[in-house]
Design a protein around this ligand. Structure first.
Ligand code: UT7
Length: 329
């Protein structure tokens, strides 16, 4: 038995932060940001009372509406995020409470930008094993909550938002989530992309605040190199394992960190740019949100057809990276 996506949804806050706005806050230019990243604007969840669970709640409600089911039918909720409302309780539990999914258990999964791919793969195992019939998987991040808006090297890259899916047993053989390859490299990755404080190593203190240790820290150049190689490698591996040629692929849905990384991955796969999903110019990098937002947009536009082959690929902090091959039901 395979797991198939039966509903998609996304949530993006209304408030736009454009490159022009950033020009007024930082020593940067629209031209630099567009050329180096492909990003023109991103969304910001400005209401200080609202956090990641708010976005997850909005996504979860839409998923239930689209699938026309009651919250009580959901058996498991996995939220992929690295910006939970708080360390505990989990944002998945908060989401479960918001929608009243009284029969669901819920947990967060933190694999940074690969969070949704890791969570989707995890959720699929519960369907394939017959343990559950309806699982909600959400990827969402309020990146503005951990951005240093005086640091031009990171503040320009990220935005707030998320998306999600419902996973259920596929109706037909050969459809749904057919293959996946997931990887981690904590040895190389840990020093290049991290938020140093707020955990058990450096609990919050005056010192951690003074040293700006509660913000995202990234060595962009190092991460860029690893992302280009790893995303292309895993995409190629998935294609080879499943005897897929570039022409067989309906859409490549890559993590949206940088247009140059997206284009390099597509080039290595030999996939035409018209089949490569990119919305990084409008939303920036929403971390665990990027891939489910892309899926929801494809779905809204009526572009996902019975039998469409999709490859999802991601790369993020950890390092974590991976790819999923799914045939749309
Ligand atoms: O999703 C998680 C994974 N994260 C990623 O995939 C991000 C990967 N990294 C990247 O996308 C790119 O490395 C960045 C977009 C972050 C940076 O692009 P880059 O081409 O690697 O630039 P760089 O870091 O090598 O910096 C080039 C120059 C530097 O100046 P000098 O040293 O050459 O004088 C930076 O100080 O650009 C400068 N710079 C900026 N200039 C204007 C850095 N940020 C900015 C800025 N505006 N916002």
């Amino acid at each position: 038995m395979k797991a198939a996506i039966t509903a998609t949804a996304k949530y993006l806050p209304d408030s736009i932060l454009s490159n022009r706005d950033l020009e007024k806050m930082l020593d940067t230019t629209d031209e630099w940001i567009v050329t180096r990243t492909g990003i023109s604007e991103r969304r910001i969840l400005r209401d200080p009372e609202k956090a990641t669970s708010y976005m997850c709640g909005e996504i979860a409600r839409q998923l239930l509406e689209k699938r026309k089911i009651d919250a009580s039918e959901i058996e498991l909720i996995i939220v992929a995020t690295m910006t939970p409302d708080m360390l505990f309780p989990s944002t998945a539990c908060l989401t479960q409470g918001i929608i009243g999914a009284v029969n669901a258990w819920a947990f967060d999964l933190n694999a940074a930008c690969s969070g949704f791919v890791f969570a989707l793969n995890t959720a699929a195992r519960f369907i394939e094993s017959g343990v559950h019939k309806k699982v909600m998987v959400i990827g969402a991040d309020k990146m503005s909550s951990i951005l240093d808006f005086t640091d031009r090297s990171t503040a320009i890259l990220f935005g707030d938002g998320g998306g999600g899916v419902i996973l259920e047993p596929a109706d037909e053989d050969g459809f749904g989530l057919l293959d996946s390859r997931l990887y981690s490299d904590g040895k190389t990755g840990q020093e290049h992309l991290l938020m140093p404080a707020g955990g058990s190593l450096h609990p919050a203190s005056h010192e951690t605040i003074d040293k700006k240790m509660h913000y995202i820290h990234q060595d962009g150049r190092q991460v860029f190199k690893s992302a280009v190689i790893s995303m292309a490698d895993v995409a190629e591996e998935i294609m080879k394992r499943n005897n897929l040629q570039a022409d067989d692929i309906a859409y490549l849905v890559p993590h949206q960190a940088n247009q140059r990384i997206i284009s390099a991955t597509a080039e290595r796969m030999g996939v035409d740019q018209s089949k490569v999903i990119s919305n990084v110019s409008r939303f920036g990098n929403t971390t665990a949100g990027t891939i489910p937002i892309c899926l929801a947009e494809l779905d809204e536009q009526g572009k996902l057809h019975h039998g469409s082959n999709l490859i999802l690929v991601s790369f993020g902090a950890g390092y974590t990276w991976g790819g999923i091959y799914l045939k749309w039901q």
